[in-house]
Design a protein around this ligand. Structure first.
Ligand SMILES: NC(=O)c1ccc[n+]([C@@H]2O[C@H](COP(=O)([O-])OP(=O)(O)OC[C@H]3O[C@@H](n4cnc5c(N)ncnc54)[C@H](OP(=O)(O)O)[C@@H]3O)[C@@H](O)[C@H]2O)c1
Length: 347
């Protein structure tokens, strides 16, 4: 193998306090290593930016190990194979990998999954047909147990998880209430994603609007955000409501507990008195049990236009830090991706 390009990498330089700063990261460049037997050289095309990455920047105990200071930031990627010493992958293949915030990487071929560029745009392997879409599908169906005629509420509803949750729930016959930040996203909730009601959590009258939007209460609250939105929805939950706890993005940059009275006793009291099912999950626990069904159902829904998706693509690895910071504030509009290098299919 003679091909040995340079890889540009974004590494964690310090553990962010609150919102990540530019100085929490450093950019390095190094020659990629020689390929060993069974390895492939990958050129990153798309890097997925996801809220969970904020957790990886922190040393706090979590379901996954933190990124160590000095290491390349982790992340899902769609890559083109540009060198191969494996029979599994040929030069020119497009693959799903987990090579993180860098332009090139050498990994064992078995750690990549081939993507068929004829089925859908290759970027969707990081969004609606990838981890976020899967999270919505498995979390909603397995924990939310949606029933026709019920009411579902989801926030971050213009994002890849929330938009998929709302659309799958609609396909299952539920009345759907989507919550997002700002008029542009709220419009997309109705016009693009078909939510029955679309609310803006930044509107001062949000609580009253939510009450008016849920005259029969809420049967499934797909928890993506936490914070004041969750507190407002919580009051509307019906007896036997289900709450798949998927994410708490409102708190990811928090440096201290929220001010005010201790709400834990009231929270526990409502779980008891309203017989609520509150169940956290990490999507990976459902990979074995739900991947085949997800591929079949979501593949068909996306192909037939029953589930729509929006991508927010920023150009160049050097745009990653600012884009990531913006996502935690709601600046993204759709699945946030960094186009690190040319898309071999779309250009
Ligand atoms: N459990 C799992 O396995 C798993 C897997 C994937 C994702 N997740 C979680 O699912 C959630 C959504 O992920 P995603 O990839 O679809 O992200 P996303 O919607 O693209 O981005 C996060 C969105 O959160 C909203 N937000 C931020 N601060 C908020 C606040 N204080 N109150 C209300 N909304 C706020 C913003 O939208 P607005 O502008 O609309 O406010 C922002 O665009 C995240 O919590 C993520 O951690 C969990």
């Amino acid at each position: 193998m003679s091909q040995r390009p340079q890889s540009t990498q974004i590494r964690l330089a310090a553990r962010p306090q609150g919102e990540p700063k530019d100085s929490d990261f450093e950019t390095t460049t190094q020659e990629v290593p020689e390929l060993a037997e069974g390895e492939v050289l990958l050129r990153t095309v798309y890097l997925s930016l996801d809220p969970y990455m904020r957790g990886r920047m922190s040393a706090a105990k979590s379901y996954a190990d933190p990124v160590e200071i000095g290491d390349v930031m982790v992340g899902g990627t769609v890559c083109e194979v540009v060198g191969s010493r494996s029979e599994r992958r040929a030069v020119g293949d497009v693959v799903l990998a987990y090579t993180g915030w860098q332009t090139h990487a050498v990994v064992p071929a078995r750690q990549t999954q081939r993507i068929d560029p004829d089925l859908a745009p290759i970027s969707t392997a990081l969004g609606v047909l990838g981890m976020p879409g899967f999270t919505a599908y498995a979390g909603l169906l397995e924990i939310g147990r949606p029933q026709p005629g019920e009411t579902l509420v989801v926030a971050a509803a213009a994002g890849p998880v929330g938009s998929a949750v709302g659309q799958i729930a609609r396909l299952k016959g539920l009345r759907t209430v989507g919550i997002a930040g700002g008029p542009e996203k709220v419009r997309a909730l109705s016009e693009t994603y078909g939510f029955d009601v679309a609310l803006d959590h930044r509107d001062p009258a949000f609580r009253e609007q939510l009450e008016a939007a849920t005259p029969d209460g809420v049967d499934v609250y797909f928890e993506n955000v936490g914070g004041p939105v969750a507190a407002a929805v919580w009051r509307r939950l019906n007896t036997y409501a289900r709450v798949p706890v998927c994410g708490l993005v409102a708190d990811y940059n928090a440096t201290a507990a929220p001010e005010g009275p201790d709400r834990l006793p009231a929270f526990m009291g409502s779980i008891l008195s309203r017989s609520l099912t509150v169940r956290g999950f990490i999507q990976s626990e459902f990979v074995e049990s739900h991947t085949a069904d997800f591929r079949r159902d979501m593949g068909a829904w996306v192909r037939d236009g029953d589930v729509r998706y929006v991508e927010d693509v920023v150009d160049g690895l050097d745009a990653a830090v600012a884009a990531f910071r913006g996502m935690l504030r709601g600046a993204n509009f759709g699945k946030l991706l960094v186009r690190v290098g040319e898309d071999p299919v779309r250009g």
